[in-house]
Design a protein. Structure first.
Lengths: 313, 529
């Protein structure tokens, strides 16, 4: 186990080094310039050059890269050009809406996806299955910006139950801020439940055909016990994988949903940073997201141990 | 353009006695109206906080450091200029006591400052602050730098007067001080730094907090010293009725629409024109049209590539069907107008000079011109972006017009950041598309009328026409002189003004006293209960 963890850790370091290199050069190779954007439409070339120099952007790329890596090793993600604060601080500020949004969406997605998947598998081929599978297709194919606008029109504009967008006025309590997350969580929950439903259904179908299920039924166990205790537990591994990946995707920022609902989350931060060419933020955020992704993958692998005693590392 | 203050809505069910009393007061007030300044009657309520949905996050909060409109819209509440515009786009004093005394030769401007004007840190504004601020503006802001070339000296004469000496008569000077883009605001001298970290101005609102992508929060400045004249455009008395202004970045235009419909936003800037009918006529929201608001224009590369040849630029102009381009860009004719004159009929700068070459869409004639100019078939590189949907749609029509005239076209659709970088490189483009606000003083925009802007237009005819225009301070003579400049633009085709478009904004029915101006402002506005 220790050896397994050690090798995973080394692998992680390699992945992160590759990510850091790619992220750095891809962002710099894209045309566009933060100084030109900050100075506005009518700035002169000389002004832009001056501002570039003040951020060290005039130095050769390899020099900038080495400097950035040096800071990175010391745990410093750098300073945002645009926000005039450290990237780490910017990320921490944006973590709250994204974390809660991810959590709520995963809860909603699981609450819809897993039970519906089980029902669709148990009543395979029936009208119930058709309805649930149809829902999954629909959920997977609805564009989230459209679904978001529809929910907004009905529940925020029409009924006035929720705010349209944003993350609360200055200084509002947490409860009020979370109120702003309800509609976006429903959007992400429904859209992401589709995949979980499909996986649960497929995995359950596999397991329901196994010998041990027949044995369990032969023992005279109730159908509920057979499905929930014997089948579901064995069917969980692929479902956990999908849940983990969904979680990792959402934590990296649900870009479209955050933009539509004007949430100041990580996704919004990354998109704005790209549009403004705020290199340190793009690099720092992508690196942190990649790191989280790798860690979540590791967590999923370790979770298999708990779910399935046959798994050994 | 000025919108009268709207009386506040009152809740129904007020008791009859109160209603009668109110009616009586109203009648008395109405009778007195001709004698009053007109603002006392419907003064909006005091207090409350307004959520103002803006198109994005401001690039910076330093109004001199950026020419972006968004920066000016927010920071004009914090900082004030020496001069500003009234509702008819005349220059009017703001921090200056009155219009300057100008020497007979038009070279020396003596500007008296208002006394007792306090900065947000409590100190009184003096000529030192004004000189330091204007110097910073002339070093930093693109327009400031252009103006600096005209200025021989700028000095304080005692604490209450500033004297500016020019190299030659330069009529647009005060308009440059007044224009909110790349704004010549007056800052407290001690706060001046680059980058700016404290925002100490004289405006009716003070900076409180900025949370990027969430809000910029401004609060009332209780020590504000207002002018005594009645409000008129940006000029006259300013009063912070709202306790707090929150400029909220809402980059998604549909979200701005929904947010105004739901009442979450008290004001929403630049809505998609398609949403006009959805917002218009709703009881809780007012859709507002600013006409004209701006103009899309095509910049032609006069320095390098096929269009460095003036004959080919003229062919491009003849080939373009501006009406089709505007229709593609803005749809309903309610939202745009197609006119060759750069300034509308009735304004001082209205002229039809050169407009016979506008809006022709004559592929046949253009093709003949292309052939005569010995076009070698090098593709015309059109640089456009989808950051503004109408830029892209206009570019599509333009490309077809050019192809019909025998040009080869290379459409390059890039993001906005890429476009504003690439346009500085002469080899990378032949035509790019952008837009500008319609501004009162012709030389304020587009930047191609100045020196060094992308397109690099420079010619003896340009210099002669613009020098004559800039030097004339008599406003009656400036109109015809602008006509000469317009004619040169149509002859040398450094840029093509496609038409004018209107903007749609929305405000809550509760937001009283709002006056429609291109750079929206929120002093003198209040929220009814």
């Amino acid at each position: 186990m220790t050896r397994y963890l050690a090798s995973r850790f080394v692998g992680m370091l390699i992945v992160m080094a590759i990510v850091a290199t790619i992220v750095f050069f891809i962002t710099r190779l894209a045309p566009g310039d933060p100084a030109a954007i900050m100075l506005g439409d009518q700035a002169t070339a000389a002004d832009i050059a001056k501002l570039r120099a003040s951020y060290g952007l005039d130095k050769p790329l390899p020099v900038q890269f080495v400097y950035w890596l040096g800071e990175l090793v010391q745990g410093n993600l750098g300073q945002s050009i645009f926000l005039q604060r450290p990237v780490t601080q910017a990320l921490i500020e944006r973590a709250e809406p994204t974390l809660f949004l991810t959590l709520f969406s995963i809860i909603i997605a699981t609450a819809i996806g897993v039970p519906c998947g089980i029902i669709a598998a148990v009543w395979r081929g029936t009208a119930t299955d058709q309805v649930f599978s149809g829902f999954a297709m629909l959920g997977a194919s609805i564009p989230s910006f459209w679904f978001g606008l529809i929910l907004m029109q009905i529940f925020a504009v029409g009924l006035g139950w929720f705010p349209v967008a944003g993350y609360g006025d200055p200084g509002v309590p947490l409860g009020e801020r979370l109120h702003h997350l309800v509609l976006p969580s429903i959007v992400l929950g429904v859209v992401n439940s589709a995949l979980i439903l499909r996986f649960t259904r497929a995995s359950m179908l596999d397991v329901l055909g196994d010998d041990h299920i027949r044995t369990a039924r032969a023992k005279g166990l109730s159908e509920a016990q057979v499905i929930l205790h014997h089948a579901l537990r064995n069917a969980l591994i692929p479902v956990i994988t999908v849940l983990g990946l969904t979680f990792a995707l959402l934590i990296g920022g649900a870009i479209v949903t955050e933009t539509v609902f004007g949430l100041p989350g990580v996704g919004n931060l990354v998109v704005s940073a790209v549009l403004r060419r705020d290199y340190p933020v793009i690099q720092g955020a992508l690196l942190v997201i990649a790191g989280l992704y790798v860690l979540i993958n590791l967590a999923i692998d370790l979770l298999y141990l708990a779910v399935d005693p046959r798994v050994k590392y | 353009m000025i919108r009268a203050a709207v009386p506040t809505d009152r809740s129904p069910g007020a008791r009859p006695l109160h209603a009668a009393l109110a009616a009586l007061l109203l009648a008395v007030a109405a009778a007195m109206l001709p004698y009053a300044s007109g603002i006392a009657l419907a003064a909006p309520a005091r207090g409350g906080a307004a959520n103002l949905a803006m198109i994005g996050e401001p690039q910076t909060l330093d109004p001199m450091a950026s020419t972006a409109d968004l920066v000016s819209i927010i920071m004009q509440h914090v900082y004030e200029p020496l001069y500003t515009f009234d509702g008819n786009w005349n220059v009017a004093p703001m921090l200056a006591e009155s219009l300057p005394a100008i020497s007979k030769d038009g070279l020396v401007y003596t500007i008296p400052l208002r006394k007792g004007v306090k900065f947000h840190d409590g100190k009184e504004m003096t000529s030192d602050d004004v000189v330091a601020s204007l110097k910073r503006w002339m070093e930093m802001a693109p327009r400031g730098k252009a103006v600096a070339k005209e200025i021989k000296s700028l000095e304080a004469r005692g604490p209450g007067t500033v004297v500016i000496t020019l190299n030659r008569p330069y009529a647009p000077l005060l308009a440059h001080f007044a224009l909110p883009s790349g704004f010549a605001v007056i800052m407290a001298k001690d706060s001046i730094a680059t980058p700016l970290t404290q925002f100490v101005g004289t405006g009716p609102y003070m900076f409180k907090e900025r949370k990027p992508d969430q809000y910029v929060q401004l609060v009332r400045f209780d020590g504000y010293s207002a002018r005594s004249e009645p409000p008129n455009g940006y000029a006259g008395k300013r009063e912070a009725l709202l306790d707090e202004l929150r400029f909220v970045p809402v980059p998604n235009a549909n979200t701005r629409v929904e947010g105004s419909l739901s009442g979450q936003y008290h004001f929403a800037d630049l809505l998609p024109v398609e949403s006009f009918s959805r917002v218009d006529g709703k009881p809780n929201v007012k859709a507002m049209l600013t006409a004209p608001f701006g103009f899309p224009y095509l910049v032609l590369n006069t320095k390098q590539g096929p269009l460095a040849n003036i004959a080919l630029r003229q062919a491009v102009q003849i080939a373009l069907n501006d009406a089709d381009m505007m229709a593609a860009g803005f749809g309903d004719p309610k939202f745009f107008s197609v006119e060759g004159n750069h300034y509308a009929k009735g304004t001082p700068f209205y002229s039809m000079a050169g407009t016979e070459n506008y809006g022709r869409g004559d592929a046949k004639k253009a093709a003949a011109m292309v052939a005569a100019a010995k076009y070698d078939g090098t593709p015309i590189k059109i640089l456009t972006s989808q950051a503004y949907e109408f830029h892209y749609r206009i570019a599509l029509v333009m490309a077809e017009n050019l192809k019909a005239a025998g040009f080869k076209v290379d459409m390059q659709v890039v993001d906005w950041a890429t476009l504003i970088q690439r346009r500085n490189e002469p080899p990378l483009w032949d035509i790019y598309i952008t837009h500008s606000a319609v501004l009162p003083e012709p030389t304020l925009t587009p930047p191609q009328l100045g020196d060094g802007a992308p397109g690099w237009w420079s010619s003896p005819a340009k210099k002669a026409a613009l020098d004559a225009f800039d030097a004339e301070t008599d406003s009656a003579k400036r109109g015809p002189l602008w006509g000469k400049v317009q004619e040169v633009v149509y002859t040398e085709v450094p840029y093509i003004r496609v038409g004018s478009f209107n903007s749609v904004t929305a405000r809550s029915a509760k937001l009283d006293g709002y006056v429609v101006m291109p750079y929206p402002f929120f002093w003198n506005t209040g929220l009814s209960k």
